[in-house]
Design a protein around this ligand. Structure first.
Ligand SMILES: C[S@@+](CC[C@H](N)C(=O)[O-])C[C@H]1O[C@@H](n2cnc3c(N)ncnc32)[C@H](O)[C@@H]1O
Length: 218
């Protein structure tokens, strides 16, 4: 569901471009230096930011970037982060833009892990190309992911899960972790997203898949 437009978002976003980038290409090839980390995580479609905020504090030695194209959601996430008492922004930033342009923002092999949390399922076949796990996106992720870099995806949507498994296997990734009811067991090592908490409250199973980039023979 689309978020209601926040009237304050536009001016707020323009005043905070040192935390939430609208032109992330200025940091291409320099993200690890900016965030003082050896391992870089990128969450695409970070929504209101709970996952990014919690994971960046749980894994403070790693770098975390949240990408969100919806201005109201992005502003809500960034404001939440910047106003949270004691929150350390040294290892995290956000990007307000469409991930279709991700190759302009990251160098080859700059990213260690991409997170796709409860991405829009786009059920109609005509729109499958918009899915963040579709071939066009995977071709881009393969370029920015380092050797053996990973994509970690969680969803409540069985059809998106099944289709994505096929996209991954057909496009140069192999499965390293897999669950059709991830939250059946406690996973304190992984933060719960806004959508995830709603689906868990409804008793829906959470699907998880983690895949690794396969070495290609040149
Ligand atoms: C269903 S919401 C899930 C939000 C959050 N990850 C969660 O689990 O609570 C999907 C989010 O992905 C964002 N999104 C979808 N396609 C995107 C794209 N191409 N680039 C950046 N953000 C995108 C949407 O704007 C939306 O906020």
């Amino acid at each position: 569901m689309r978020m209601r437009k926040k009237k304050w978002a536009d001016s707020w976003l323009d005043e905070h471009t040192d935390y939430i980038f609208q032109d992330p290409s200025v940091n291409k090839g320099k993200w690890k230096e900016l965030l003082s980390c050896d391992e870089l995580h990128v969450e695409i479609g970070c929504g209101k930011g709970d996952y990014l905020i919690n994971m960046s504090q749980m894994y403070a030695d790693e770098g975390w970037i949240g990408i969100e194209k919806d201005r109201s959601a992005a502003a809500t996430a960034a404001r939440k982060a910047l106003e949270l008492e004691g929150y350390n922004t040294n290892n995290n930033r956000m990007v307000l833009a469409d991930a279709a342009d991700i190759l302009d923002w990251f160098d080859e092999k700059e990213v260690d892990m991409i997170h796709l949390n409860f991405s829009d399922p786009w059920p109609k076949k005509h729109y499958h190309k918009r899915r963040l796990s579709s071939k066009d996106f995977l071709d881009k992720y393969k370029i920015i992911l380092q050797d053996k870099g990973k994509i970690r995806m969680k969803t409540d949507n069985a059809q998106l899960f099944e289709d994505s498994l096929i996209y991954f296997l057909q496009n140069g990734f192999e499965v390293v972790e897999f669950s059709v009811d991830y939250r059946r067991n406690i996973h304190d090592e992984d933060a719960i997203t806004e959508y995830e908490s709603k689906f868990m409250a409804e008793g829906k199973p959470i699907y998880l898949i983690c895949v690794e980039k396969v070495d290609m023979i040149q």
